[in-house]
Design a protein around this ligand. Structure first.
Ligand SMILES: [Zn+2]
Length: 471
């Protein structure tokens, strides 16, 4: 499976003996130079357009929606059929509200019609295959434009800048990357291109966490980039061990899992700095970020188009009401996602922020598939399920999966096979997940016919039966 080579992952390809001299040179170049012209253009645009008035943003959205709808109409048999059936003419689109004439789609639509949804052949040079664990442990694979990383990253940087981050400031990253021990036995790797210090989310023993914090204290003014569950583990360790939090951390960027208010407060108290969160997803349809003053998520109007729909499929427009986040993306021009149900839910707050003045749709209390579920290692330390999310072909022929655990250090991966699943798939899963887990949790694979929901009807990623020690 082809992966885009970008500034964000090229460092991993440098041979180890070249890393020390190369690192010295690379650190002398500004990261935005490495990230390329497209990134710089997108960042300038995001910086500027976030202050647009509502009318200007709406007019921009209508133009982008029209472009993606015309693209879909011209080259995707699936969408052409859907538009015909709805009597919808994309060329006549006047405002984003006109989209409501179209049906929504979801993961099952993608699984059934992916080939007919593509507007360019997936074999093209600038197309990547990507996948996500997503809702209910049901993997979803699709194609996406390989240049999306520059856009995605520009919007993230523009979001993080709201709380004082700037490119060039080191980031201490605990987000599921496979990290090997360095010469001192620390699970740490350094990427001088982006000044990223990676630590292993799969080795969260007290000893390792203590050493991560000691190392972070030496890297100068920095931000943490973490999962909510991983920074909670750091904060709990600091409280339990009675050690001092590093005082060089300027802020905490916590993403990719549900943020719980109590946990946020605990982490902010321990670290004494701002906890900042963004909401996004692999499909790249909706991106929302907190602002300088508020923890409400401000939906970026120029990244994609976001709707909130209630259970009857009606738009949620009353503050305080909840709805499902429906996204129509501007970025993916290989497989257009038009009115895609994300499976994530949020409360509608309003269409502008009094605190910062941005005229963005505001949402809060986002709940969905990014729960904080844990596997327990033999020594009792916890590994976030989010860190095990695979974005490659690991679960290519798997309909659904779930971990079952009743003994620390051991687990069973329940797998509902899809058509074409064979021994090769089983070996690939064992190998790819095993590489990440690095023996902290060993697992066997069990083929099952179905995976039940929890008694409350919720999809569960980790059926956790071992006694969790949660201090
Ligand atoms: Zn604001």
């Amino acid at each position: 499976m082809r992966q885009a080579v970008s500034a964000k992952n090229c460092w991993a390809k440098v041979s180890p003996w070249l890393k020390a001299p190369a690192s010295y040179l690379l650190e002398r170049v500004r990261p935005d130079i490495w990230l390329g012209r497209r990134f710089r253009r997108e960042l300038r645009f995001a910086d500027l357009s976030q202050w647009w008035c509502l009318d200007r943003a709406r007019s921009y959205q209508a133009d982008r929606l029209k472009a993606i709808l015309l693209l879909a109409d011209g080259a995707s048999p699936f969408y052409r059929g859907a538009f015909d059936k709805a009597g919808f003419d994309p060329a006549a689109l006047r405002s984003a509200q006109d989209l409501q004439a179209l049906p929504t789609i979801d993961r099952s639509t993608l699984r059934t019609h992916l080939d007919r949804m593509c507007v360019v052949p997936p074999q093209c040079g600038d197309v990547d295959y990507t996948s996500t664990g997503g809702t209910g442990g049901t993997p979803l694979g699709f194609y996406i434009s390989s240049n999306r990383s520059a856009t995605e990253y520009a919007y993230l940087i523009a979001s993080w800048q709201r709380v004082g981050f700037h490119l060039g400031l080191p980031l201490a990253v605990l987000r599921g990357k496979t990290v090997r021990r360095d010469r001192k036995g620390l699970y740490h790797e350094y990427d001088p291109v982006l000044r990223y210090h990676y630590y292993s989310s799969f080795h969260m023993t007290d000893e390792s966490v203590g050493r991560y914090l000691e190392h972070i204290a030496t890297i100068g003014p920095c931000f943490l980039h973490v999962y909510p569950s991983s920074v909670a583990a750091l904060a709990k360790f600091i409280s339990r061990a009675g050690v001092k939090a590093p005082d060089n951390i300027r802020g905490i960027i916590a993403e990719s899992e549900t943020v719980y208010p109590g946990q946020r407060q605990m982490v902010e108290e321990v670290f004494g700095c701002r906890y900042f969160s963004c909401y996004g997803h692999s499909e790249k349809l909706v991106l929302a970020a907190e602002c300088e003053f508020s923890t409400d998520y401000h939906v970026w109007p120029t990244y994609g188009y976001c709707e909130l729909l209630d259970e009857q499929g009606r738009p949620v427009t009353t503050p305080g009401e909840r709805g499902e986040i429906i996204g129509t993306g501007f970025i993916n021009t290989v497989v257009p996602f038009i009115r895609y149900r994300t499976g994530d839910y949020a409360t509608y707050v309003g269409d502008h922020c009094e605190a910062c003045g941005r005229e963005h749709v505001l949402i809060r209390d986002i709940r969905g598939h990014r729960t904080q579920e844990m596997l327990v290692a033999a020594d009792g330390s916890e590994i976030s399920w989010t860190a095990l999310n695979m974005h490659d072909d690991t679960f290519l022929h798997v309909r659904q999966f779930q971990f079952y655990q009743d003994t620390p250090g051991q687990a069973v991966l329940r797998v509902v096979p899809a058509e074409g699943f064979g021994d090769e798939d089983q070996q690939r899963i064992q190998q790819n997940l095993g590489r990440k887990l690095d023996g902290q949790v060993t697992f066997t694979i069990e083929r099952v016919e179905s995976i039940p929901l929890s008694p409350r009807g919720k999809a569960v990623y980790v059926d956790q039966r071992s006694a969790l020690d949660r201090p």
